[in-house]
Design a protein around this ligand. Sequence first.
Ligand code: AMP
Ligand code: MN
Ligand code: MN
Ligand code: MN
Length: 285
Amino acid sequence: MNLLNADLHCHSVVSDGTLHPEALAERAKTNGVELWSLTDHDEVDGQHRAATAARALGLDYLSGCEISVSFASVTVHIVGLGFDAEDDRLRKGLAATRGGRGERAREMSDGLAKVGIKGAFEGALRHAGNPELIARTHFARYLVEIGTCADTNEVFRRYLTEGKPGYVPHRWASLGDAVHWITQAGGMAVIAHPGRYKFTATEEYALFTEFIAHGGRGVEVVTGSHTTADYQKYADLALEFGLLASRGSDFHSPGESHTDLGALPDLPGRLTPVWSALRDRVQRA
Ligand code: AMP
Ligand code: MN
Ligand code: MN
Ligand code: MN
């Protein structure tokens, strides 16, 4: 069961990926993925397309999304899996979470203008498949396009992270709201790539404890954002906290993502995978 090639985290043009849901489904199938989920940021509009494309290819599918949350002044991502994508409260919560992105993007653009980068808002918007989901990723692609930086990682390092000219702090959903939107829609909440947050051990403990208290049940252990040391650390934490383990590439784009769909190590055998508790939520081919 742990050896299943499940990839339960990736992005399409509906948020900040560069491929359409149908192209991602084909890429997942070609790469040997056996259970797939499209988890766009703060939006479920690609779910029907992804599920339909997966079915046509004989690929099992779980509905997905990745919700932006503010916790202890840090942005944390919570993945939802296996929910009803038509659920009204979930959709309203995601719409509210998306709400401030336009204004934030204008402020980011103002910050970049101050260091001589003009027209970043319009430039980023051209890269955004969905204007409501304008993200730092789209600014990064624009700055690469105009030759300011060689790649998007360099843009994040020099312009888009805390203390840099294009960084604008933002208040996202609360942890409790995000977990509740997912669970009341019949899904499972999963902490995304915990190794990426710059938490102290105490803050991380608080995140896991509060997440579980709100009804969260899973944590990503094997993800494209983790090092081999992170796999070990979060496998141990999953066991310590009694959380189910998830696996996902966080694939965004062929040119940018270093981990392709389905190209991840297996989940460690000592863990219980999230998909063992989501069998009745799988949309079978
Ligand atoms: P936003 O939701 O607008 O704050 O944008 C966050 C997105 O930026 C994430 O979902 C990633 O796709 C991308 N991202 C964040 N940090 C980095 C980084 N250091 N290098 C490349 N992409 C990043
Ligand atoms: Mn992203
Ligand atoms: Mn994320
Ligand atoms: Mn992601």
